[in-house]
Design a binder for this molecule. Sequence first.
Ligand code: DMJ
Length: 615
Amino acid sequence: MEKAVKMLKPSSILCVFVLIFSAISVDRAVAEGVTPDEAKQLRDEVREMFYHAFDGYMEHAFPLDELRPLTCTGEDTLGGYALTLIDSLDTLALFGDRERFAASVEWIGKNLHFDINKTVSVFETTIRILGGLLSAHLIASDYATGMGIPSYDNQLLHLAEDLAHRLLPAFDTPTGIPFGSVNLLHGVDENESKITSTAGGGTLTLEFGILSILTNNPVFQQVTKNAVRGIWARRSKLNLVGAHINVFTGEWTQKDAGIGTSIDSFYEYLLKAYLLFGDEEYLFIFQEAYKAAMHYLYNDPWYVEVNMNSAVIVWPLFNSLQAFWPGLQVLAGDIDPAIRTHAAFFSVWKKYGFTPEGFNLATLSVQHGQKSYPLRPELMESTYWLYKATRDTRYLDAGREMVASLQYGARCPCGYCHISDVVSHKQEDHMESFFLAETVKYLWLLFDLAAGSDNLVENGPYKYIFSTEGHLLPATPQISLVNEHCSYFGAFCKNDDIRKRSRISDISVDPQEANNTLHESWVPNRFPSDPLYRNFISVSGVIKGLCPGLTHGQKFGVSYLAATDTDNEDELTKQQESNVAQSYSLLVTNIANDSQPNDNKNSDDAQEPNQGNSE
Ligand code: DMJ
Protein backbone atom coordinates (compact mmCIF):
# COMPACT_ATOMS: atom_id res chain seq x y z
CA MET A 1 0.00 0.00 0.00
CA GLU A 2 2.77 2.34 0.99
CA LYS A 3 4.35 1.71 -2.36
CA ALA A 4 1.13 2.54 -4.13
CA VAL A 5 0.75 5.79 -2.21
CA LYS A 6 4.30 6.82 -3.01
CA MET A 7 3.66 6.02 -6.61
CA LEU A 8 0.70 8.30 -6.68
CA LYS A 9 2.05 11.28 -4.81
CA PRO A 10 3.97 12.70 -7.77
CA SER A 11 1.37 14.72 -9.46
CA SER A 12 1.37 13.40 -12.97
CA ILE A 13 1.42 9.67 -12.93
CA LEU A 14 -0.77 8.12 -15.50
CA CYS A 15 -2.31 4.78 -14.80
CA VAL A 16 -3.50 2.98 -17.86
CA PHE A 17 -6.18 0.40 -17.55
CA VAL A 18 -6.68 -2.14 -20.21
CA LEU A 19 -10.02 -3.60 -19.34
CA ILE A 20 -11.61 -6.45 -21.08
CA PHE A 21 -14.78 -5.25 -22.61
CA SER A 22 -16.38 -6.51 -25.72
CA ALA A 23 -17.05 -3.76 -28.17
CA ILE A 24 -20.57 -2.53 -27.74
CA SER A 25 -22.62 -0.69 -30.23
CA VAL A 26 -26.28 -0.02 -29.86
CA ASP A 27 -27.11 -1.94 -33.00
CA ARG A 28 -25.26 -5.01 -31.84
CA ALA A 29 -26.64 -4.71 -28.36
CA VAL A 30 -30.14 -4.69 -29.73
CA ALA A 31 -29.40 -7.66 -31.95
CA GLU A 32 -27.41 -9.74 -29.49
CA GLY A 33 -28.34 -8.43 -26.08
CA VAL A 34 -31.07 -9.54 -23.76
CA THR A 35 -34.39 -9.73 -25.60
CA PRO A 36 -37.75 -9.09 -23.89
CA ASP A 37 -38.36 -12.84 -23.81
CA GLU A 38 -35.00 -13.47 -22.24
CA ALA A 39 -35.64 -10.65 -19.77
CA LYS A 40 -38.77 -12.49 -18.65
CA GLN A 41 -36.80 -15.70 -18.23
CA LEU A 42 -34.11 -13.89 -16.27
CA ARG A 43 -36.72 -12.23 -14.09
CA ASP A 44 -38.20 -15.64 -13.31
CA GLU A 45 -34.76 -17.08 -12.70
CA VAL A 46 -34.02 -14.30 -10.21
CA ARG A 47 -37.31 -14.99 -8.48
CA GLU A 48 -36.31 -18.64 -8.19
CA MET A 49 -32.97 -17.53 -6.73
CA PHE A 50 -34.83 -15.58 -4.08
CA TYR A 51 -36.97 -18.56 -3.10
CA HIS A 52 -34.03 -20.94 -3.08
CA ALA A 53 -32.41 -18.70 -0.47
CA PHE A 54 -35.55 -17.62 1.36
CA ASP A 55 -36.89 -21.15 1.71
CA GLY A 56 -33.43 -22.31 2.77
CA TYR A 57 -33.43 -19.68 5.49
CA MET A 58 -36.95 -20.49 6.66
CA GLU A 59 -36.26 -24.19 6.74
CA HIS A 60 -32.81 -24.24 8.28
CA ALA A 61 -32.18 -20.95 10.09
CA PHE A 62 -35.40 -19.15 11.04
CA PRO A 63 -35.91 -17.63 13.59
CA LEU A 64 -32.18 -17.04 13.89
CA ASP A 65 -30.87 -13.98 12.11
CA GLU A 66 -29.10 -15.40 9.10
CA LEU A 67 -28.60 -18.57 7.12
CA ARG A 68 -25.39 -20.56 6.88
CA PRO A 69 -26.09 -21.81 3.39
CA LEU A 70 -23.32 -24.38 3.04
CA THR A 71 -24.06 -26.32 6.20
CA CYS A 72 -27.78 -25.53 6.12
CA THR A 73 -27.82 -24.12 9.64
CA GLY A 74 -28.45 -20.69 11.13
CA GLU A 75 -26.71 -18.04 13.21
CA ASP A 76 -27.59 -14.92 15.18
CA THR A 77 -25.61 -12.05 13.76
CA LEU A 78 -27.43 -8.88 14.78
CA GLY A 79 -29.90 -9.04 17.64
CA GLY A 80 -31.33 -12.51 17.38
CA TYR A 81 -34.67 -11.46 15.98
CA ALA A 82 -35.26 -13.16 12.65
CA LEU A 83 -33.28 -10.54 10.76
CA THR A 84 -33.47 -12.23 7.37
CA LEU A 85 -37.24 -12.58 7.54
CA ILE A 86 -37.69 -8.90 8.38
CA ASP A 87 -35.25 -7.87 5.68
CA SER A 88 -37.15 -10.01 3.15
CA LEU A 89 -40.67 -8.73 3.83
CA ASP A 90 -40.98 -6.09 1.15
CA THR A 91 -39.31 -8.30 -1.45
CA LEU A 92 -42.09 -10.82 -0.81
CA ALA A 93 -44.62 -8.02 -1.28
CA LEU A 94 -42.88 -6.81 -4.43
CA PHE A 95 -43.13 -10.33 -5.86
CA GLY A 96 -46.85 -10.28 -5.09
CA ASP A 97 -46.45 -13.24 -2.72
CA ARG A 98 -49.48 -12.43 -0.61
CA GLU A 99 -49.43 -15.70 1.28
CA ARG A 100 -45.86 -15.58 2.53
CA PHE A 101 -45.99 -11.82 3.10
CA ALA A 102 -49.11 -12.09 5.28
CA ALA A 103 -47.82 -15.13 7.17
CA SER A 104 -44.49 -13.43 7.86
CA VAL A 105 -46.12 -10.19 9.02
CA GLU A 106 -48.39 -12.18 11.30
CA TRP A 107 -45.53 -14.18 12.81
CA ILE A 108 -43.47 -11.06 13.43
CA GLY A 109 -46.41 -9.24 15.00
CA LYS A 110 -47.02 -12.10 17.39
CA ASN A 111 -43.49 -13.19 18.26
CA LEU A 112 -41.03 -10.35 17.99
CA HIS A 113 -40.07 -8.21 20.95
CA PHE A 114 -37.12 -5.97 21.61
CA ASP A 115 -36.89 -5.99 25.38
CA ILE A 116 -33.77 -8.07 25.17
CA ASN A 117 -30.36 -7.67 26.73
CA LYS A 118 -28.48 -7.27 23.43
CA THR A 119 -26.08 -4.59 22.35
CA VAL A 120 -26.71 -3.85 18.69
CA SER A 121 -25.43 -1.58 15.95
CA VAL A 122 -27.62 1.53 15.69
CA PHE A 123 -26.99 1.75 11.95
CA GLU A 124 -27.60 -1.89 11.04
CA THR A 125 -30.64 -2.13 13.30
CA THR A 126 -32.10 0.99 11.74
CA ILE A 127 -31.57 0.12 8.11
CA ARG A 128 -32.41 -3.57 8.34
CA ILE A 129 -34.92 -3.96 11.18
CA LEU A 130 -36.56 -0.55 11.51
CA GLY A 131 -36.58 -0.06 7.74
CA GLY A 132 -37.89 -3.56 7.12
CA LEU A 133 -40.70 -3.16 9.65
CA LEU A 134 -41.74 0.28 8.45
CA SER A 135 -41.71 -0.67 4.81
CA ALA A 136 -43.81 -3.78 5.45
CA HIS A 137 -46.15 -1.79 7.68
CA LEU A 138 -46.77 0.76 4.95
CA ILE A 139 -47.53 -1.99 2.47
CA ALA A 140 -49.64 -4.19 4.76
CA SER A 141 -51.75 -1.31 6.07
CA ASP A 142 -52.66 0.09 2.68
CA TYR A 143 -55.02 -1.69 0.29
CA ALA A 144 -53.92 0.55 -2.55
CA THR A 145 -50.68 -1.45 -2.63
CA GLY A 146 -52.60 -4.59 -3.52
CA MET A 147 -50.90 -6.32 -0.57
CA GLY A 148 -53.01 -5.03 2.30
CA ILE A 149 -53.64 -7.60 5.03
CA PRO A 150 -57.21 -7.61 6.42
CA SER A 151 -56.22 -8.76 9.91
CA TYR A 152 -53.30 -6.36 10.17
CA ASP A 153 -53.56 -3.95 13.08
CA ASN A 154 -50.37 -1.86 13.02
CA GLN A 155 -48.36 -4.49 14.88
CA LEU A 156 -45.20 -3.74 12.89
CA LEU A 157 -45.54 -0.02 13.48
CA HIS A 158 -45.77 -0.59 17.23
CA LEU A 159 -42.70 -2.79 17.08
CA ALA A 160 -40.82 -0.16 15.08
CA GLU A 161 -41.74 2.55 17.56
CA ASP A 162 -40.65 0.41 20.49
CA LEU A 163 -37.37 -0.40 18.79
CA ALA A 164 -36.66 3.23 17.93
CA HIS A 165 -37.25 4.27 21.53
CA ARG A 166 -34.63 1.73 22.56
CA LEU A 167 -32.16 3.23 20.07
CA LEU A 168 -32.74 6.81 21.25
CA PRO A 169 -30.23 6.74 24.16
CA ALA A 170 -27.47 6.43 21.58
CA PHE A 171 -28.16 10.00 20.44
CA ASP A 172 -27.45 11.49 23.83
CA THR A 173 -24.00 12.83 22.97
CA PRO A 174 -22.50 16.36 22.96
CA THR A 175 -22.30 16.36 19.16
CA GLY A 176 -25.70 14.80 18.50
CA ILE A 177 -23.92 12.11 16.51
CA PRO A 178 -25.04 8.76 17.94
CA PHE A 179 -22.91 6.07 19.50
CA GLY A 180 -22.35 3.18 17.14
CA SER A 181 -24.05 0.65 19.40
CA VAL A 182 -26.65 0.59 22.11
CA ASN A 183 -28.06 -2.02 24.45
CA LEU A 184 -31.75 -2.57 23.78
CA LEU A 185 -32.51 -3.04 27.46
CA HIS A 186 -30.02 -0.83 29.30
CA GLY A 187 -29.09 1.97 26.91
CA VAL A 188 -25.50 2.75 26.02
CA ASP A 189 -22.98 0.42 27.65
CA GLU A 190 -20.52 2.04 30.03
CA ASN A 191 -17.57 1.01 27.92
CA GLU A 192 -19.11 1.68 24.57
CA SER A 193 -16.70 3.09 21.99
CA LYS A 194 -17.11 6.80 21.30
CA ILE A 195 -15.90 6.35 17.75
CA THR A 196 -18.46 5.85 15.03
CA SER A 197 -18.51 5.96 11.26
CA THR A 198 -19.96 8.78 9.20
CA ALA A 199 -22.35 6.38 7.47
CA GLY A 200 -23.35 4.99 10.86
CA GLY A 201 -24.25 8.41 12.24
CA GLY A 202 -25.63 9.94 9.08
CA THR A 203 -27.81 7.23 7.56
CA LEU A 204 -30.79 7.21 9.87
CA THR A 205 -32.97 10.05 8.62
CA LEU A 206 -35.34 8.16 6.34
CA GLU A 207 -36.43 5.48 8.80
CA PHE A 208 -36.61 7.78 11.82
CA GLY A 209 -38.24 10.54 9.77
CA ILE A 210 -41.01 8.22 8.58
CA LEU A 211 -41.52 7.00 12.11
CA SER A 212 -41.99 10.56 13.33
CA ILE A 213 -44.68 11.14 10.76
CA LEU A 214 -46.48 7.87 11.43
CA THR A 215 -46.40 8.26 15.22
CA ASN A 216 -46.76 12.01 15.32
CA ASN A 217 -43.69 12.17 17.53
CA PRO A 218 -41.06 14.58 16.19
CA VAL A 219 -38.23 13.29 18.37
CA PHE A 220 -37.13 10.60 15.91
CA GLN A 221 -36.83 13.03 13.05
CA GLN A 222 -35.13 15.62 15.26
CA VAL A 223 -32.35 13.42 16.62
CA THR A 224 -31.38 12.05 13.24
CA LYS A 225 -31.36 15.46 11.59
CA ASN A 226 -29.26 16.70 14.46
CA ALA A 227 -26.81 13.88 13.80
CA VAL A 228 -26.47 14.92 10.16
CA ARG A 229 -25.95 18.51 11.23
CA GLY A 230 -23.35 17.35 13.76
CA ILE A 231 -21.39 15.57 11.05
CA TRP A 232 -21.73 18.28 8.45
CA ALA A 233 -20.71 21.01 10.92
CA ARG A 234 -17.39 19.21 11.25
CA ARG A 235 -16.69 18.93 7.53
CA SER A 236 -13.33 20.15 6.30
CA LYS A 237 -12.78 23.40 4.47
CA LEU A 238 -13.00 21.36 1.29
CA ASN A 239 -16.52 20.21 2.21
CA LEU A 240 -15.29 16.68 2.72
CA VAL A 241 -16.09 14.43 5.65
CA GLY A 242 -13.87 11.77 7.15
CA ALA A 243 -14.69 8.14 7.84
CA HIS A 244 -14.70 7.95 11.65
CA ILE A 245 -15.51 10.53 14.29
CA ASN A 246 -15.52 10.78 18.06
CA VAL A 247 -19.14 11.43 19.05
CA PHE A 248 -18.09 13.26 22.24
CA THR A 249 -15.32 15.53 21.03
CA GLY A 250 -16.33 15.76 17.38
CA GLU A 251 -12.76 15.02 16.35
CA TRP A 252 -12.20 12.98 13.25
CA THR A 253 -10.29 9.84 14.11
CA GLN A 254 -10.11 8.61 10.52
CA LYS A 255 -9.75 11.43 8.03
CA ASP A 256 -9.93 9.55 4.77
CA ALA A 257 -12.72 11.00 2.66
CA GLY A 258 -14.35 8.79 0.06
CA ILE A 259 -17.66 7.63 -1.34
CA GLY A 260 -17.37 4.02 -0.18
CA THR A 261 -16.51 2.31 3.07
CA SER A 262 -17.76 4.04 6.22
CA ILE A 263 -19.16 7.08 4.38
CA ASP A 264 -21.22 5.87 1.40
CA SER A 265 -24.81 6.13 2.58
CA PHE A 266 -24.23 9.49 4.29
CA TYR A 267 -24.33 10.98 0.79
CA GLU A 268 -27.21 8.73 -0.20
CA TYR A 269 -29.52 9.83 2.60
CA LEU A 270 -28.87 13.53 2.06
CA LEU A 271 -30.44 13.35 -1.37
CA LYS A 272 -33.07 10.77 -0.49
CA ALA A 273 -34.22 12.67 2.61
CA TYR A 274 -34.86 15.62 0.35
CA LEU A 275 -36.62 13.48 -2.22
CA LEU A 276 -38.86 11.80 0.34
CA PHE A 277 -39.60 14.62 2.75
CA GLY A 278 -38.98 17.68 0.60
CA ASP A 279 -36.67 19.11 3.27
CA GLU A 280 -34.41 21.52 1.40
CA GLU A 281 -31.76 21.60 4.11
CA TYR A 282 -30.81 18.08 3.04
CA LEU A 283 -30.70 19.12 -0.58
CA PHE A 284 -28.44 22.02 0.24
CA ILE A 285 -26.01 19.81 2.14
CA PHE A 286 -26.15 17.19 -0.59
CA GLN A 287 -25.28 19.73 -3.25
CA GLU A 288 -22.27 20.99 -1.33
CA ALA A 289 -21.10 17.50 -0.42
CA TYR A 290 -21.64 16.14 -3.92
CA LYS A 291 -19.82 18.99 -5.55
CA ALA A 292 -16.81 18.41 -3.29
CA ALA A 293 -16.88 14.66 -3.91
CA MET A 294 -16.87 15.19 -7.66
CA HIS A 295 -14.05 17.70 -7.36
CA TYR A 296 -11.71 15.90 -4.97
CA LEU A 297 -12.61 12.23 -5.12
CA TYR A 298 -13.59 11.70 -8.76
CA ASN A 299 -10.77 10.59 -11.00
CA ASP A 300 -12.86 9.84 -14.03
CA PRO A 301 -14.14 7.14 -14.07
CA TRP A 302 -12.89 6.00 -10.64
CA TYR A 303 -13.11 7.45 -7.16
CA VAL A 304 -10.22 7.58 -4.73
CA GLU A 305 -9.94 8.25 -1.04
CA VAL A 306 -8.19 11.44 -0.02
CA ASN A 307 -7.28 13.17 3.19
CA MET A 308 -10.32 15.31 4.03
CA ASN A 309 -8.19 18.39 4.76
CA SER A 310 -5.46 18.24 2.16
CA ALA A 311 -7.12 16.21 -0.60
CA VAL A 312 -3.93 14.17 -0.90
CA ILE A 313 -4.75 10.73 -2.24
CA VAL A 314 -4.33 8.10 0.46
CA TRP A 315 -6.17 5.15 -0.99
CA PRO A 316 -6.19 4.58 -4.74
CA LEU A 317 -8.78 1.88 -4.32
CA PHE A 318 -12.06 0.83 -5.78
CA ASN A 319 -14.05 -0.65 -2.94
CA SER A 320 -17.21 -2.52 -3.72
CA LEU A 321 -19.39 -0.30 -1.54
CA GLN A 322 -18.65 2.55 -3.93
CA ALA A 323 -20.73 0.85 -6.58
CA PHE A 324 -23.96 2.40 -5.32
CA TRP A 325 -22.74 5.81 -6.46
CA PRO A 326 -23.79 5.71 -10.14
CA GLY A 327 -27.31 4.81 -8.97
CA LEU A 328 -27.32 7.83 -6.70
CA GLN A 329 -26.10 9.96 -9.57
CA VAL A 330 -29.08 8.84 -11.62
CA LEU A 331 -31.36 10.10 -8.87
CA ALA A 332 -29.44 13.36 -8.90
CA GLY A 333 -29.70 13.61 -12.68
CA ASP A 334 -25.92 13.39 -13.26
CA ILE A 335 -26.03 10.56 -15.74
CA ASP A 336 -22.93 11.01 -17.85
CA PRO A 337 -20.29 10.29 -15.17
CA ALA A 338 -22.56 7.59 -13.79
CA ILE A 339 -22.39 5.74 -17.10
CA ARG A 340 -18.59 5.87 -17.22
CA THR A 341 -18.12 4.89 -13.60
CA HIS A 342 -20.54 2.01 -13.85
CA ALA A 343 -18.65 0.72 -16.88
CA ALA A 344 -15.39 0.87 -14.92
CA PHE A 345 -16.84 -0.85 -11.87
CA PHE A 346 -18.45 -3.50 -14.02
CA SER A 347 -15.10 -4.16 -15.67
CA VAL A 348 -13.83 -5.29 -12.26
CA TRP A 349 -16.81 -7.62 -11.95
CA LYS A 350 -16.05 -9.06 -15.38
CA LYS A 351 -12.40 -9.55 -14.55
CA TYR A 352 -13.13 -11.72 -11.50
CA GLY A 353 -16.75 -12.79 -11.87
CA PHE A 354 -17.48 -10.79 -8.69
CA THR A 355 -16.29 -7.52 -7.23
CA PRO A 356 -13.70 -7.89 -4.48
CA GLU A 357 -14.14 -5.70 -1.42
CA GLY A 358 -11.07 -3.80 -2.56
CA PHE A 359 -9.39 -3.45 -5.95
CA ASN A 360 -6.14 -1.55 -6.05
CA LEU A 361 -6.11 1.01 -8.84
CA ALA A 362 -2.35 1.33 -8.80
CA THR A 363 -1.43 -2.34 -8.95
CA LEU A 364 -4.57 -3.37 -10.87
CA SER A 365 -5.07 -6.27 -8.53
CA VAL A 366 -7.21 -7.33 -5.64
CA GLN A 367 -6.28 -5.35 -2.55
CA HIS A 368 -4.54 -7.45 0.06
CA GLY A 369 -7.02 -8.58 2.71
CA GLN A 370 -10.02 -7.40 0.68
CA LYS A 371 -10.58 -10.30 -1.67
CA SER A 372 -14.08 -11.38 -0.64
CA TYR A 373 -17.47 -10.77 -2.24
CA PRO A 374 -20.14 -11.01 0.47
CA LEU A 375 -23.07 -10.96 -1.99
CA ARG A 376 -23.21 -7.18 -2.04
CA PRO A 377 -25.96 -5.43 -4.02
CA GLU A 378 -24.41 -2.08 -4.94
CA LEU A 379 -23.47 -2.88 -8.53
CA MET A 380 -26.90 -4.38 -9.21
CA GLU A 381 -28.52 -1.29 -7.72
CA SER A 382 -26.65 1.06 -10.05
CA THR A 383 -27.29 -1.23 -12.99
CA TYR A 384 -31.02 -1.05 -12.32
CA TRP A 385 -31.03 2.74 -12.04
CA LEU A 386 -28.96 3.22 -15.15
CA TYR A 387 -31.19 0.90 -17.14
CA LYS A 388 -34.23 2.74 -15.83
CA ALA A 389 -32.75 6.06 -16.89
CA THR A 390 -31.29 5.08 -20.27
CA ARG A 391 -32.97 1.84 -21.35
CA ASP A 392 -29.62 0.90 -22.76
CA THR A 393 -29.50 -2.87 -23.18
CA ARG A 394 -25.89 -2.99 -22.03
CA TYR A 395 -27.28 -2.89 -18.49
CA LEU A 396 -29.41 -5.94 -19.13
CA ASP A 397 -26.35 -7.71 -20.44
CA ALA A 398 -24.48 -6.70 -17.30
CA GLY A 399 -27.35 -7.98 -15.15
CA ARG A 400 -27.32 -11.28 -17.02
CA GLU A 401 -23.62 -11.69 -16.25
CA MET A 402 -24.21 -10.99 -12.60
CA VAL A 403 -26.95 -13.60 -12.45
CA ALA A 404 -24.66 -16.12 -14.15
CA SER A 405 -21.86 -15.44 -11.67
CA LEU A 406 -24.17 -15.84 -8.71
CA GLN A 407 -25.68 -19.01 -10.11
CA TYR A 408 -22.43 -20.68 -11.03
CA GLY A 409 -20.18 -19.31 -8.31
CA ALA A 410 -22.27 -18.51 -5.24
CA ARG A 411 -25.22 -20.87 -5.29
CA CYS A 412 -24.86 -23.47 -2.58
CA PRO A 413 -27.06 -26.17 -1.05
CA CYS A 414 -29.46 -24.02 0.96
CA GLY A 415 -28.97 -20.51 -0.40
CA TYR A 416 -26.16 -18.33 -1.74
CA CYS A 417 -22.70 -18.28 -0.24
CA HIS A 418 -20.30 -15.47 0.33
CA ILE A 419 -17.27 -15.71 -1.89
CA SER A 420 -14.23 -15.53 0.34
CA ASP A 421 -11.81 -15.03 -2.55
CA VAL A 422 -12.87 -13.63 -5.92
CA VAL A 423 -9.85 -15.23 -7.58
CA SER A 424 -10.37 -18.80 -6.38
CA HIS A 425 -14.17 -18.39 -5.99
CA LYS A 426 -13.97 -20.25 -2.70
CA GLN A 427 -17.32 -20.27 -0.96
CA GLU A 428 -17.93 -19.30 2.64
CA ASP A 429 -20.77 -20.47 4.87
CA HIS A 430 -22.63 -17.20 5.28
CA MET A 431 -25.48 -15.31 3.63
CA GLU A 432 -26.09 -11.70 4.65
CA SER A 433 -29.72 -10.70 4.90
CA PHE A 434 -29.17 -7.93 2.35
CA PHE A 435 -28.88 -10.56 -0.35
CA LEU A 436 -32.67 -10.98 -0.12
CA ALA A 437 -33.43 -7.35 0.72
CA GLU A 438 -31.33 -5.84 -2.04
CA THR A 439 -29.19 -7.98 -4.34
CA VAL A 440 -31.99 -10.13 -5.66
CA LYS A 441 -34.53 -7.29 -5.50
CA TYR A 442 -32.54 -5.00 -7.80
CA LEU A 443 -31.83 -7.78 -10.28
CA TRP A 444 -35.51 -8.70 -10.38
CA LEU A 445 -36.55 -5.07 -10.85
CA LEU A 446 -34.04 -4.71 -13.68
CA PHE A 447 -35.42 -7.61 -15.69
CA ASP A 448 -39.01 -6.89 -14.78
CA LEU A 449 -38.58 -3.42 -16.19
CA ALA A 450 -37.29 -4.87 -19.45
CA ALA A 451 -40.04 -7.47 -19.57
CA GLY A 452 -42.78 -4.85 -19.25
CA SER A 453 -43.10 -4.22 -15.59
CA ASP A 454 -46.17 -4.80 -13.52
CA ASN A 455 -45.07 -4.30 -9.95
CA LEU A 456 -45.52 -2.09 -6.92
CA VAL A 457 -42.49 0.06 -7.63
CA GLU A 458 -43.10 0.81 -11.27
CA ASN A 459 -46.88 0.75 -11.37
CA GLY A 460 -47.98 1.12 -7.78
CA PRO A 461 -50.01 3.94 -6.26
CA TYR A 462 -46.94 5.85 -5.02
CA LYS A 463 -43.43 6.68 -6.02
CA TYR A 464 -40.94 4.81 -3.89
CA ILE A 465 -37.62 5.82 -2.43
CA PHE A 466 -35.36 2.86 -1.73
CA SER A 467 -33.68 2.90 1.65
CA THR A 468 -29.99 2.05 1.75
CA GLU A 469 -31.06 -1.50 2.59
CA GLY A 470 -33.33 -1.54 -0.47
CA HIS A 471 -36.52 -1.15 1.52
CA LEU A 472 -39.46 0.44 -0.25
CA LEU A 473 -40.40 3.74 1.31
CA PRO A 474 -43.47 5.21 -0.37
CA ALA A 475 -43.88 8.90 -1.01
CA THR A 476 -47.48 8.88 0.18
CA PRO A 477 -49.17 12.25 0.66
CA GLN A 478 -48.80 11.73 4.41
CA ILE A 479 -45.07 11.09 4.26
CA SER A 480 -43.93 13.27 1.44
CA LEU A 481 -44.39 17.00 1.30
CA VAL A 482 -43.04 17.06 -2.21
CA ASN A 483 -45.96 17.05 -4.59
CA GLU A 484 -44.09 17.99 -7.69
CA HIS A 485 -41.61 15.16 -7.98
CA CYS A 486 -43.65 13.33 -10.57
CA SER A 487 -41.20 14.74 -13.06
CA TYR A 488 -38.03 14.10 -11.17
CA PHE A 489 -35.51 12.42 -13.36
CA GLY A 490 -34.74 8.79 -12.74
CA ALA A 491 -36.37 8.45 -9.38
CA PHE A 492 -39.84 9.37 -10.36
CA CYS A 493 -40.06 9.16 -14.07
CA LYS A 494 -43.12 7.13 -14.92
CA ASN A 495 -42.12 6.24 -18.43
CA ASP A 496 -38.50 7.16 -18.50
CA ASP A 497 -36.85 5.75 -21.55
CA ILE A 498 -33.69 6.86 -23.19
CA ARG A 499 -35.46 9.55 -25.13
CA LYS A 500 -36.17 11.48 -22.00
CA ARG A 501 -32.51 11.97 -21.40
CA SER A 502 -32.63 14.40 -24.22
CA ARG A 503 -35.19 16.44 -22.42
CA ILE A 504 -33.45 17.06 -19.15
CA SER A 505 -33.84 20.75 -18.68
CA ASP A 506 -31.15 23.16 -17.76
CA ILE A 507 -32.01 24.71 -14.45
CA SER A 508 -29.47 27.44 -14.33
CA VAL A 509 -30.75 29.94 -16.79
CA ASP A 510 -32.40 32.42 -14.51
CA PRO A 511 -29.98 35.36 -14.41
CA GLN A 512 -31.16 36.31 -10.95
CA GLU A 513 -30.43 32.87 -9.67
CA ALA A 514 -27.08 32.91 -11.39
CA ASN A 515 -25.98 35.65 -9.02
CA ASN A 516 -26.85 33.60 -6.01
CA THR A 517 -23.75 32.08 -4.45
CA LEU A 518 -25.59 28.85 -3.81
CA HIS A 519 -26.07 28.60 -7.49
CA GLU A 520 -22.37 27.92 -7.82
CA SER A 521 -23.15 24.47 -6.56
CA TRP A 522 -22.64 21.57 -8.85
CA VAL A 523 -24.58 21.59 -12.07
CA PRO A 524 -25.06 18.20 -13.64
CA ASN A 525 -23.04 17.31 -16.68
CA ARG A 526 -25.43 17.18 -19.54
CA PHE A 527 -23.65 15.32 -22.28
CA PRO A 528 -21.78 18.36 -23.53
CA SER A 529 -20.53 16.49 -26.55
CA ASP A 530 -24.03 15.48 -27.40
CA PRO A 531 -25.60 17.47 -30.24
CA LEU A 532 -28.81 17.14 -28.29
CA TYR A 533 -27.27 19.21 -25.55
CA ARG A 534 -28.75 22.18 -27.35
CA ASN A 535 -32.17 20.76 -26.56
CA PHE A 536 -31.47 20.88 -22.86
CA ILE A 537 -30.91 24.57 -23.13
CA SER A 538 -33.79 25.18 -25.45
CA VAL A 539 -36.36 23.56 -23.19
CA SER A 540 -35.04 25.08 -20.03
CA GLY A 541 -37.57 27.85 -19.91
CA VAL A 542 -40.42 25.38 -19.94
CA ILE A 543 -39.57 23.60 -16.75
CA LYS A 544 -40.60 26.24 -14.31
CA GLY A 545 -44.09 26.20 -15.65
CA LEU A 546 -44.18 22.45 -15.27
CA CYS A 547 -42.97 22.17 -11.72
CA PRO A 548 -43.46 25.53 -10.11
CA GLY A 549 -42.75 24.20 -6.64
CA LEU A 550 -39.30 23.08 -7.57
CA THR A 551 -37.60 26.40 -8.02
CA HIS A 552 -35.51 25.91 -4.92
CA GLY A 553 -34.38 22.55 -6.13
CA GLN A 554 -33.63 24.09 -9.47
CA LYS A 555 -31.41 26.64 -7.77
CA PHE A 556 -29.40 23.82 -6.36
CA GLY A 557 -28.89 22.18 -9.67
CA VAL A 558 -31.01 19.06 -9.59
CA SER A 559 -32.26 18.09 -13.01
CA TYR A 560 -35.86 17.78 -13.92
CA LEU A 561 -37.60 16.70 -17.03
CA ALA A 562 -39.16 19.19 -19.33
CA ALA A 563 -42.37 18.72 -21.26
CA THR A 564 -42.63 15.88 -23.69
CA ASP A 565 -42.48 16.93 -27.29
CA THR A 566 -43.76 13.81 -28.98
CA ASP A 567 -43.16 15.15 -32.48
CA ASN A 568 -39.44 15.19 -31.89
CA GLU A 569 -39.22 11.92 -30.07
CA ASP A 570 -38.27 9.67 -32.95
CA GLU A 571 -35.61 12.00 -34.22
CA LEU A 572 -34.25 12.50 -30.73
CA THR A 573 -34.17 8.79 -30.16
CA LYS A 574 -32.18 8.16 -33.30
CA GLN A 575 -29.64 10.80 -32.46
CA GLN A 576 -29.42 9.70 -28.87
CA GLU A 577 -28.84 6.09 -29.79
CA SER A 578 -26.01 6.96 -32.10
CA ASN A 579 -24.44 8.94 -29.29
CA VAL A 580 -24.51 6.15 -26.78
CA ALA A 581 -22.84 3.70 -29.10
CA GLN A 582 -19.48 3.19 -27.49
CA SER A 583 -16.62 0.80 -27.38
CA TYR A 584 -15.08 -0.15 -24.07
CA SER A 585 -12.36 -2.37 -25.43
CA LEU A 586 -9.84 0.04 -23.96
CA LEU A 587 -10.40 2.29 -21.03
CA VAL A 588 -7.68 4.78 -20.26
CA THR A 589 -7.85 6.48 -16.93
CA ASN A 590 -5.92 9.31 -15.43
CA ILE A 591 -5.78 8.50 -11.75
CA ALA A 592 -3.75 11.48 -10.63
CA ASN A 593 -2.78 14.31 -12.88
CA ASP A 594 -1.64 17.87 -12.44
CA SER A 595 -5.07 19.33 -12.00
CA GLN A 596 -6.18 16.77 -9.48
CA PRO A 597 -6.50 17.16 -5.73
CA ASN A 598 -2.83 16.69 -4.98
CA ASP A 599 -2.06 20.24 -5.87
CA ASN A 600 -4.35 21.61 -3.23
CA LYS A 601 -2.05 23.30 -0.77
CA ASN A 602 -4.34 24.34 2.07
CA SER A 603 -3.43 21.28 4.03
CA ASP A 604 -3.28 21.24 7.77
CA ASP A 605 -2.35 17.62 8.10
CA ALA A 606 -1.08 16.53 4.76
CA GLN A 607 1.36 14.17 6.37
CA GLU A 608 -1.24 12.17 8.20
CA PRO A 609 -0.38 8.51 7.88
CA ASN A 610 -2.75 5.99 6.45
CA GLN A 611 -4.95 4.56 9.11
CA GLY A 612 -6.37 1.59 7.37
CA ASN A 613 -9.52 1.07 5.47
CA SER A 614 -11.87 -0.12 8.10
CA GLU A 615 -15.25 -1.53 7.39
C1 DMJ B 1 -26.27 -3.02 3.14
O1 DMJ B 1 -26.52 -3.31 4.46
C2 DMJ B 1 -26.59 -1.59 2.83
O2 DMJ B 1 -26.70 -1.43 1.46
C3 DMJ B 1 -25.57 -0.65 3.39
O3 DMJ B 1 -25.82 0.68 3.03
C4 DMJ B 1 -24.20 -1.02 2.90
N1 DMJ B 1 -23.90 -2.38 3.18
C5 DMJ B 1 -24.85 -3.39 2.82
C6 DMJ B 1 -24.72 -3.89 1.42
O4 DMJ B 1 -23.47 -4.01 0.94
